[in-house]
Design a binder for this molecule. Sequence first.
Ligand SMILES: Nc1ncnc2c1ncn2[C@@H]1O[C@H](COP(=O)(O)OP(=O)(O)OP(=O)(O)O)[C@@H](O)[C@H]1O
Ligand code: SF4
Ligand SMILES: [Mg+2]
Length: 323
Amino acid sequence: MTSLLDVRDLTFHYADRAGPVRAVDNVSFSLASGGSALGLVGESGSGKSSLALAIMRMLPTNVARYDGEVWLDGQELLGMAENRFRQEIRWRKLALVPQGAQNGFNPVLRVGEQIIEPLVVSGAAGKREARARAQELLAYVGLPADVYLRYPHELSGGMKQRAMIAAALILEPPVVIMDEPTSALDASVQTQITNLLKRLKQDMNLAIIFITHDIALASDLCDDLAVVYAGEIVEIGSAEQVLLHPSHPYTQRLLASIPRLHSDTLPQFIPGAPPDLREPPAGCRFHPRCPLVFEPCAQKSPPAFEPADGQMARCWLIEDGSG
Ligand SMILES: Nc1ncnc2c1ncn2[C@@H]1O[C@H](COP(=O)(O)OP(=O)(O)OP(=O)(O)O)[C@@H](O)[C@H]1O
Ligand code: SF4
Ligand SMILES: [Mg+2]
């Protein structure tokens, strides 16, 4: 079966005076079709935003290494000429709601003008048609019609996030990457946005890549979960597999760190700190913090093992039979 989006061995390093920052290393995953969400979950600094930027080809000037393949609907995107990528792919087929998007609006332009800009600039619609489409989208994301004429400072954080989601959808892309769309919002607004994303994936048959540090939040929305540690995906599978039968010790620790209501077990925190990606540990990058570390872990990087059908984890315990 061909996938809608197929990311293969994507690697993206930043150049830094002290050496390359290995923010994304050999990352592979697929989104089978629309109407589904994949959660990319990991601690701060694990490379989640860098991965989003690498897929979108929105790279800074200090790139040290950028390779791999990204296939969208049968087309390879990394080798495509920038002009063509800009005209045919970015925002049209693949959109991003960037981290901190609430602050992404230009403060001196009205919200509506900013939402319709790509539609008008690309010539896909006249101003009147674009406005009607934007107002339809604003209503869909739960905003009053007059938001179209307001300035960004006249919206709350939650409203700005909804408006940003509407802006990402204006060209009807089949795939949208949402980078921490709820992290700056209070719990009730967070739930409203998550519910909106659930509706979006169903009603618009949207494929969503949902980036978060909160595995509990991801489990509410996502059909599949990928756990990111120090620039690598260490485990991926259906949400059920990853939540109920986590194979990688890091995933197990992440789940044990969630506070639970009505439970006598206290949350357990992961000891130590994530590694410096300029000099990640040799072998398994989690080995300095892993309670189950054993002989091969510091020597050799674990390959992708398949603990169950459709589940992948990079841990020597799986080969060893005890994972
Ligand atoms: N332009 C840059 N140049 C050099 N290093 C960078 C650059 N941008 C990010 N990094 C580094 O790349 C690593 C991954 O950063 P990234 O922002 O992708 O992590 P993240 O998982 O999105 O974190 P967070 O949860 O805090 O948003 C970090 O070590 C970060 O310091
Ligand atoms: S490979 Fe070794 S160090 Fe890494 S997670 Fe598995 S047991 Fe722990
Ligand atoms: Mg980030």
